[in-house]
Design a protein around this ligand. Structure first.
Ligand code: FMN
Length: 322
């Protein structure tokens, strides 16, 4: 198809892409654009060998970036589709977004465009107000539309998760490689990448179902807060466990988060239990043992304002010589 993107259109698509979430805000992507094709590549210099040795989280982030490109393309009027790992000769190309001709009316995904810049990871306390069942259904639909499933945890499962989180957090404090890696990305005053201290949110006064990303370094300036007693927690799962499933998980995650944002919900991650084999197996059992847990999400209504992380300019990850 004879489509050539203007510089403005390319800017819109790739700005949308870089708004995607990524573990520790490493932004592990690069982009190439050839006519109507936008390739999202894994940037091997932005991976986390200690926390994410198989690049699972990195691929989830890339799936989310590819989904954002689809949302922006839809806003511009383009239908689109994504192929995972499209070129066996270039395995670094993780996802390929094909743009179709412009159509009227604007494809449905375009309605999520306004939520791209509103979505942020929120690590503060939530209001004691559950996600309404009707909205839970819409989030389920969003994950399903991208080939994944959300499993909402009941009280018993949340109690087990809580114990597992405490054990995993204690183990992390003994893992020098991870702590060292984390120091490179978390805390302090950061511009354009990583998670600066202000975005970590307050420290929980009592143990809470939240991940304190600061674990392992001093953070004397942070405020403290009492967290909600019973947050809504969902595990996003895929039927298979391979590199393509991780990309699918990223697209489903981002669609779910954007729909959540459109209902003024916020989310954070409790993924420390999925970063090690043993607790991940236990989470897998917790959700029935048949599907693969890819992210654990805490969802609700924010009780406080929050600080956002920044991004590199899209041109910094665009390979323009192609
Ligand atoms: C696969 C994946 C795993 C993540 N795991 C965690 C986590 O365990 N704890 C956490 O606080 N944030 C986690 N995050 C959120 C990132 O830290 C966040 O996306 C990044 O800092 C960018 O900020 P933003 O989401 O506010 O745009 C995760 C994100 C992704 C994509």
């Amino acid at each position: 198809m004879n489509i050539t993107l203007t510089d403005d259109e390319m800017g819109i698509l790739l700005t949308a892409a870089v708004h995607a979430p990524s573990l520790h805000n490493t932004q592990p992507w690069r982009f190439e654009v050839h006519g109507p094709v936008v390739d999202v590549l894994l940037d091997a210099e932005r991976t986390l060998p200690a926390s994410d040795p198989a690049d699972r989280a990195a691929r989830i982030g890339i799936g989310a970036a590819a989904f954002n490109i689809r949302v922006a393309a839809a806003m511009l009027g383009h239908e689109s589709r994504v192929t995972a790992e499209p070129d066996p000769g270039r395995p670094e190309i993780v996802a390929r977004v094909f743009l179709g001709a412009r159509s009227t009316p604007v494809p449905r995904l375009g309605s999520l465009y306004g939520d791209l810049s509103r979505r942020h990871t929120y690590r503060g306390p939530l209001l004691d107000q559950p996600v309404p069942p009707r909205v839970q259904d819409l989030l389920d639909d969003a994950a399903r539309a991208e080939g994944a499933t959300l499993r909402w945890l009941d009280q018993g499962a949340k109690t087990q998760l809580s114990a597992l989180l405490r054990r995993t957090d204690a183990e992390e404090l003994r893992d020098e490689d991870r702590l060292h890696e984390r120091l490179g990305w978390i805390g302090g005053d950061r511009r354009s990448e990583g998670v600066q201290e202000s975005a970590l949110g307050p420290m929980p006064v009592k143990p809470a179902l939240v991940r304190d990303l600061s674990a392992g370094f001093d953070s004397t300036h942070r405020s403290q807060a009492v967290f909600e007693r019973d947050p809504s927690i969902a595990v996003l799962c895929t039927r298979h466990e391979d590199t393509k499933a991780w990309i699918k998980a990223g697209m489903a995650l981002q669609r779910t988060l954007l729909v959540a944002t459109s209902y003024d919900l916020v989310a954070s991650f409790l993924n420390q239990v999925l970063e090690r084999a043993e607790p991940r197996t236990q989470i897998r059992e917790l959700i029935g043992g048949r599907s693969w847990p890819q992210t654990v999400i805490r969802i609700g209504y924010p009780a406080q304002p929050s600080h956002v992380t920044s991004r590199r300019d899209w041109r910094d990850s665009y390979d323009h010589w192609f």
